[in-house]
Write a protein that binds this ligand. Structure first.
Ligand code: CP3
Length: 373
């Protein structure tokens, strides 16, 4: 059975819409902030839950996914301006029929990765995301209720290239040599794989918006391994299908759903900033990694998209005074209460100190209110 569509009226009213206003290009009274991987192992309360359950059991159990999504929201009450549903980008390869395990200390592991194009036959055709990924939709609907309007809720997916890379590498890799070998050896089959992943990703994002997600982020975490030419051939064509197709499907259900803001994070793909921010593609927010200069990036994208980011996650290892100073520099460089969302340039690390994240969040609050007064 199809998962039912949920509209704003089905949920508690939103009390903090700063991020939604930034996505629309409106002025805000202070700079909003959320953090990639804000739920996770750096939090003792997450490790406590994790000691009781397998990683994908947490993802597949709506009450547990909801619980850990809310952990950073509760701990940093009033300091975070968005939540992100607890899940993983690798639930899409699972929906396509591949087994994925989460090994302690090693990270994701595919016991049987795709070795050559004959293995494309192992992938499910016509994936029914309402059946395969219903647990994510249920987690989103439940979490949106439990958030009680405190902050908006992000849904997310992995970008087709990043998912293809995992499906072939079978886990983390320094060079991505197997996945990149496919691009040279089997370009047409690579594109078939990318297109099949894209089709599932589109349905999955549509489902997340229907379930109650209020923004959607696409993570191309391994974009930076590609040359500009490879990115233009094997990543961008798929990333750029997503907003148009997602919004067209949502418009059929309800026009208000189709307005959902969309974010793209193509880590390491410096060269792609202009192409990702063209209005025809339809991303409202571009998330920058920490190697990008805010001033230069703003010049390159113009004034019609919002930027998100981009402190080096390793800043959180520094003393709190240093964190505060660097935050002031970052906000000065992004320089505006329009079209900017503060974040790190990538996710939290497991060995970060939660109190240093608090110092980062407080610094953003303090600096951005000082500049307002
Ligand atoms: O708070 C949040 O941001 C929501 C949860 C979230 C997770 N993964 C939970 C998680 C999100 C948004 C992701 C996305 C994700 N997963 C990405 C894109 C973002 C990025 O970091 O580039 C990628 C590449 C993955 C794949 C993945 N999952 C890796 C490489 C790993 C192992 C490395 C690591 O950071 O642990 C995971 C595991 C994972 N995903 C954990 C969590 C909390 C830790 C696993 C555990 O508890 O054992």
């Amino acid at each position: 059975t199809p998962y039912p569509a949920h509209l704003d009226a089905d949920f508690p009213p939103l009390k903090n819409d700063l991020i939604l206003r930034v996505a629309r290009g409106e002025d805000v009274e202070r700079i909003p902030v959320w953090i990639m991987r804000q739920a996770g192992r750096y939090l003792p309360e997450f490790r406590e839950e994790r000691s009781k359950h397998d990683f994908f059991t947490i993802c597949r159990t709506p009450e547990l996914a909801c619980l850990v999504t809310l952990q950073p929201i509760d701990r940093y009450e009033g300091l975070l301006d968005a939540s992100i549903i607890f899940s993983d980008i690798l639930v899409v390869p699972q929906a396509l029929g591949l087994e994925v395990q989460m090994l302690p200390a090693k990270g994701p592991h595919f016991p049987e990765p795709l070795v050559d194009p004959s293995h494309l036959a192992r992938l499910k055709k016509d994936v029914n995301v309402d059946a395969e990924l219903r647990y994510v939709f249920e987690a989103i609907t439940l979490t949106r209720q439990k958030l009680d309007g405190r902050v908006p809720l992000f849904g997310f997916v992995g970008a087709p290239w990043t998912l293809m890379a995992y499906m072939i590498e079978g886990g983390g890799s320094k060079t991505l040599s197997k996945a990149k070998a496919w691009l040279g050896q089997w370009p047409e089959e690579s594109k078939e794989l990318l297109q099949r992943v894209t089709d599932v990703v589109v349905d999955f994002l549509v489902g997340q918006a229907k379930a109650g997600a209020q923004l959607l982020q696409v993570f191309d975490s391994w974009a930076g391994e590609l040359s500009p030419a490879q990115f233009n051939e094997f990543s961008l064509p798929y990333i750029q299908q997503i907003p148009t197709r997602v919004r067209a499907a949502l418009r059929e259900i309800d026009p208000t759903l189709a307005k959902i803001p969309m974010v793209v994070f193509a880590r390491g793909a410096h060269y792609a900033l202009e192409s990702l921010s063209t209005p025809e593609i339809g991303y409202d927010i571009i998330s920058l990694d920490w190697t990008m200069d805010p001033v230069a990036s703003r010049k390159r994208v113009g004034d019609n998209v919002s930027l998100q980011g981009n402190a080096d996650p390793s800043l959180l290892y520094a003393p709190k005074e240093t964190i505060k100073k660097e935050v002031a520099v970052m906000l000065e460089k992004f320089g505006t209460k329009r079209r900017y969302i503060a974040n790190l340039g990538h996710g939290m690390h497991p060995d970060h100190d939660p109190e240093h994240l608090r110092a980062f969040l407080e610094a953003i609050r303090d600096v951005s209110s000082e500049r307002n007064s």
